[in-house]
Design a protein around this ligand. Structure first.
Ligand SMILES: Nc1ncnc2c1ncn2[C@@H]1O[C@H](COP(=O)(O)OP(=O)(O)O)[C@@H](O)[C@H]1O
Ligand SMILES: [Mg+2]
Length: 224
């Protein structure tokens, strides 16, 4: 069962009188242990594709099948559960809760999904912090962390519920090359050790060697 299938997905946005085609009949299949790099220039439809794959946006046409379930048929309630429990997002702009510590920001994911005990969530968050090299930053607030550290907390949060599909939007765009490579190595290491599928969006061709496969996107059209 592939982790993700996009079947003839089209997404248009209305902008004044004109229609923007952000995704044009996209067909894509991501096996359950593959890391796919999605590469394309700014405005090519990368964030739109990720948002549709993760149930944050619904397609104008076509179907999105995640782990065998067609999420385009989900009710609003099912979609909320799906987003909280089955996908892990790392957004382009890291959106940590400013008044929660690094550990608490990671634990929130389990709380929202109504998963397990607080004790178990804390143990898992601490294990992730350790793996991400943040053990000593567990009690720090986001404002006390560097950009790269915040990015790593966001990765921990995305992994917290052990999702089958991880969606990462330009994780290195705000980082210098050295830090960008470190963050990519972390993501790839974590994803590979869990045998989870991931789509990593980037416009940086230097990052594609981290992926099993690369698909490019131009003006909403995918090409292998
Ligand atoms: N909410 C929106 N309303 C109107 N147009 C949008 C919206 N979101 C994205 N777009 C347009 O859709 C296209 C694809 O955007 P996006 O998926 O964000 O591309 P990328 O992530 O590759 O930069 C762009 O032309 C963008 O301006
Ligand atoms: Mg984008």
């Amino acid at each position: 069962m592939p982790a993700l299938q996009l079947r003839n997905v089209r997404k248009t946005y209305q902008s004044g009188d004109s229609e923007i085609v952000a995704l044009d009949h996209a067909n894509l299949e991501v096996p359950d242990d593959e890391i796919l790099a999605l590469i394309g220039p700014s405005g090519s439809g990368k964030t739109t594709l990720l948002s549709i794959a993760g149930g944050l946006l619904s397609p104008s046409e076509g179907n999105v099948v995640v782990g065998g379930h067609d999420i385009t048929e989900y009710s609003a309630k099912d979609l909320t559960r799906f987003r909280r429990e089955e996908v892990g997002f790392v957004f382009q702009t890291v959106n940590l809760v400013p008044f929660l510590t690094a550990r608490e920001n990671i634990m929130v994911a389990a709380e929202l999904a109504g998963r397990g005990s607080e004790k178990a969530a804390r143990a898992r968050a601490d294990q992730l912090l350790e793996e991400l090299g943040l053990a000593r930053r567990a009690d720090n607030l986001p404002a006390q962390l560097s950009g790269g550290e915040r990015q790593r907390v966001a990765i921990g949060r995305a992994l917290m519920n052990e999702p089958k599909l991880i969606l990462v939007d330009e994780p290195t765009s705000a980082l210098d090359t050295k830090l960008g490579n470190q963050v990519m190595e972390l993501i790839v290491g974590e994803v590979k050790s869990r045998k989870t599928a991931a789509i990593i969006v980037t416009h940086d061709t230097r990052m594609v060697h981290y992926a099993d496969r690369t698909v490019s996107i131009t003006d909403g059209v995918l090409a292998a």
